[in-house]
Design a binder for this molecule. Structure first.
Ligand code: SAM
Length: 287
């Protein structure tokens, strides 16, 4: 941090910087370097190992697309497994679905949860105390290894990139266990980088998902602070028809789930449109 600026260190030769109003926390946990600060432009920001994870200003884009798309594509998801997502934002949005009966969240770093609760309380709201929520501090790979077969309807992986502790969440073993613990129409979606700068992440992890799931695709969201254009969310489903629901059907499901009108980025039309990929992204998906 020089003077009052923080430079994101995701890319060696290009990146964004924030002018800092106030540093709120700087913790070296057992897993990563965690920084939370008040920015002049994006509200409060959390960095992990120098990479932007979440800002108060645009977190709604990412959290809505990571949570609502899989649950509404499935149409009847009652048991949801969330891996990572230590800020609690995905948990909050999953629990907005009144159709969800159980949400298990497995985050490896308890310090991320502690600092999010202390400095970014609005991200999770009161999700932490929802009786349907179970929050576990642990490694996602360990959890999926022991989860019983067909015990969940959807898996949402909101992890860091496939380096360091996040790497195990992009492996053949992880996806094979996800396929086993998911019910018949189950699916897994995951944070899969910005393909303009991280095309390898989308291409290589999609090939791994393909070994365990018949329908592998991706969908996009425009998250301003995930710099480089569209952010991709990886998609792996047991049933390709989950991607075929039209906007009218998605709207009906959203109304039944109680989330229609409660979003600032997601809409039924954005949901359907997010799967219409520009060629520079689609070219990285398995044929
Ligand atoms: N929204 C952010 C993004 O798109 O980059 C990610 C949010 S969240 C902070 C990422 C979380 O994944 C971190 O809290 C990190 O500790 C967690 N994580 C990384 N590897 C993990 C693992 N193997 N098991 C469980 N959680 C993990």
């Amino acid at each position: 941090m020089t003077d009052s600026w923080v430079n994101e260190t995701l890319y060696a030769a290009w990146g964004q910087r924030f002018r800092v109003s106030r540093e709120l926390a700087r913790v070296k946990s057992d897993f990563q370097d965690i920084m939370v600060f008040e920015s002049e432009t994006h509200g409060r920001v959390m960095l992990l190992d120098g990479v932007v994870q979440i800002t108060e200003a645009d977190e709604f884009v990412y959290q809505e697309m990571l949570a609502h798309v899989p649950l509404l594509a499935h149409g009847a998801a009652k048991r949801v497994l969330i891996i990572g997502a230590g800020d609690g934002g995905v948990l909050r949005r999953v629990l907005q679905h009144r159709t969800v009966e159980k949400a298990v969240m497995v985050e490896i770093d308890g310090e991320v949860i502690r600092l999010a609760k202390e400095h970014l309380p609005g991200i999770a709201g009161d999700a932490w105390s929802d009786p349907r929520a179970e929050v576990i501090v642990g490694d996602g790979i360990d959890y999926v290894r022991q989860a019983p077969a067909a015990s969940f309807d959807a898996v949402i992986v909101d992890s860091t990139d496939p380096i360091g502790v996040g790497e195990v969440l992009f492996t053949d073993e992880f996806y094979a266990n996800c396929a086993r613990l998911l019910s018949g129409r189950g699916l897994v979606v995951n944070q899969c980088g910005v393909p303009f700068m991280q095309a390898d992440e989308l291409r290589e992890t999609s090939l791994r998902r393909r070994k365990a799931f018949p329908d592998v695709f991706a969908y996009v969201a425009a998250v301003p602070t995930y710099v480089g254009g569209f952010m991709t969310l990886g998609w792996a489903a047991k049933d390709a028809s989950l991607r075929q629901a039209d906007a009218a059907e998605i709207r009906r499901r959203a109304k039944a789930a109680g989330i229609l009108g409660a979003t600032r980025y997601w809409t039924p039309e954005i949901h359907v449109g997010a799967f219409n990929l520009p060629p520079y992204i689609a070219e990285h998906l398995p044929a």
